[in-house]
Write a protein that binds this ligand. Sequence first.
Ligand code: NAD
Ligand code: UD1
Length: 345
Amino acid sequence: MRILVTGGAGYIGSHTVLALLNSGYEVVVLDNFSNGSWEALLRVEGLTGKRITLVEGDIGDRGCLDHLFAENAIDSVLHFAGLKAVGDSMADPLTYYVNNLAGTLTLCQAMSCADVHELVFSSSATIYGDGHPMPLHEGLPSGRPASPYGRSKLMVEEVLRDLAGSDNRWRIALLRYFNPVGAHPSGEIGEDPQGAPNNLVPFIAQVAVGRRDELVVYGNDYSTPDGTGVRDYIHVMDLAEGHLRAMVALSERPGVSVWNLGTGRGHSVLEVIAAFERAAKRRIPYRIEARRPGDIAAYWADSAKAQAELGWWARRSLDEMMADTWHWQQGNPCGYQRKLGIATG
Ligand code: NAD
Ligand code: UD1
């Protein structure tokens, strides 16, 4: 089977490409490299000993998509391409809607013309919004996500439901990720944020490796066991494997299927710091500051549906997530630029 992976040069996409190649799939990656890395794909080829067909292009470019589908007999599409910085989406919502929403519409049009109707979409737990009892299960009504980024994910979910309702050839998975962290255990590929990381684990990793002086913990006055925010962190390789399970399951599931991809367990910021300190065998300096606007106290997944329907559950512990993050960060203190010899600030 030949799989199109949009955004395959990014963090989650590259780990999923690796899992696909190791499972015997052929892979075509479409990426515009707005936040992806050639080096990641070269390393995936090195790790797997397999070749990737790479198309440099944009999901919003219909001509590029039509050419790609004409040249490659695609069976299924894993759609990771998108912009994901919450703060940027507030500053520049139109760019987010054009990229994430309009780009997905164009992709679906091109798929339809090419008679490809199987799609796995990268959604997010952010679509549940605030105010639900925990854990979050797929049957809950979606809420109002706190940012244009989150709303672009919810809008795409709605569009894909309409699409599946209009034509029963479509088989679509909406995968709602919780908090992806970690790296491939080889330490060869991992998360490589541009600029200062917005998310907790990449920030801790950069403090540990000496690129930043200290972590700021946003609030210790939440109604959680230690007062800091609680999230459901999931290892990126568990997430990647969840995509393969979902894709296989889709062959017998017309319409839209929704699955949470989380561990079902919440961990506080202080627990994450402690786990990282154990993995890296060094102290992570931090100070407490006020809550970050828009943050909520705690959320985690009900992961029973994916377990029952896909036979998938997250196997890797928080300690493994931190150990693999550290292995990657220590070997690549400046991310993918290290082996290319590019100086970084
Ligand atoms: P990433 O930025 O590392 O990867 C996204 C990739 O898509 C990049 O390689 C980028 O160059 C590419 N891309 C962006 N816009 C494109 C376009 N218009 N055409 C072609 N390529 C394009 O992000 P990631 O963390 O790997 O996330 C993958 C997907 O999962 C995204 O859709 C993201 O919104 C979603 N998601 C991520 C998280 C997370 O915490 N990382 C959580 C929930 C959902
Ligand atoms: C963020 C996004 C969310 C996205 C998710 C995917 C925001 C507001 N939300 O969620 O849309 O779906 O990533 O992983 O960006 N923290 C610190 N110090 C830091 C960074 C974070 O204390 O420097 C805390 C936060 O307050 C939170 C926890 O760590 O309690 C996790 O934060 P983060 O990694 O940014 O993820 P989310 O906020 O859950």
